[in-house]
Design a protein around this ligand. Sequence first.
Ligand code: HGY
Ligand code: MN
Ligand code: MN
Length: 415
Amino acid sequence: MTTLPNLRIDGDRLWDTIMETARIGATQKDGVRRLTLSEEDRRMRDWFRGACEAAGLTVTVDGLGNMFALRPGRDMSRAPLGFGSHLDTQPTGGKFDGILGTLAALEVVRTLNEACIETETPLCVCNWTNEEGSRFAPALMGSLAHVGDFTVEDILSRTDAEGVSVAQALDTIGYRGTQKVGAQPLSGFVELHIEQGPILEAEGKTIGVVEHGQGIIWYNGRITGFESHAGSTPMPLRRDALAALSEIVLAIEGLAIAHGPHAVGTVGEAVIATPSRNVIPGEIAFSGEFRSPDADTLETVHQGLQEKVAEIAARRRVTIALDVVWRKAPTHFAPAVINAVRGAADHLGLSHRPMVSGAGHDAFSLAALVPTAMIFVPCKDGVSHNELESAEKTDCVAGANVLLHAVLSLAGGPA
Ligand code: HGY
Ligand code: MN
Ligand code: MN
């Protein structure tokens, strides 16, 4: 009988599970494309449900497809401790973003089963719908609705670039569950995730003890100029929407750099309405974002962008609509859960350092509702949201063991 301090997950089984499921939505470049609520997401959800049920968990699905896999505890009067992440990916995603945290949570349960360990508090493995926000905005969609940041009606009405709504997509894959959104009680939440940045690898550290996360502002923009002949329209008479957007892109970059290192920004999408090589672009839709761990910095760059956009619009005689479609203040995680993560890393003799999360995570949503924290492990060259995303097996196993012992610390091990 393995004593609790020496309990470890089955690293080979975790790694095999990650590699096996990476075949669902595998891309030619060895990445994973599992857009939320797509056929690939359905296949991955089906696999996940089957694996959870095979591990003795009771799986429920809420009205936005959030999946909860429940494991009883000795004291069923307590709300379950939540842990997990997301199974959807970016269009050119990798094998680990979100997937590591969700499959590691399953592995923790498999390990507890084999060790015949029942925790005091029940456990709840979570798969949150549409963490990525790529097909439907906002990101963290399922977990934000769970904590009440968005109404279910609002979320169900959001559409993708083809005009398909979240409601239609959920119905198509059969994951519009009956459980009321937000009804699943949780007493806390722990999320394991790859860092998606270069710090842990550069410092040779195995574990990131994540203490807080960046605030985020997402914009949808539309620029209306005037289509005209690319050859015969004199330069001073042009109202070029793409030239205006180019200035906005550089303005976002410039504001982030000017307020660095704790500000970042980019334009990730730009679509010319009717592209043609010999027509001056007259209509463009685009998205933009800023992030910062500091609320004041976020507000400063936001205001700076408003001023710059007004100046560009006037000078170029174009109309620019810039709408904030999502805004989340910086997240501060709970000391008790941070200490459980740090204590688990120390118990396992793993090098660790405190971190701020650059990327958004479902833990950011949950932190508004219950005590929450995150565990980071390195990824190769800090690369993520790219098919090259990669992580070392030893680091993934280390992170899953920290998750195991943090969960045992928070949920209470054997009587
Ligand atoms: O945008 C993010 O940080 C996350 O990947 N959804
Ligand atoms: Mn993620
Ligand atoms: Mn991501």
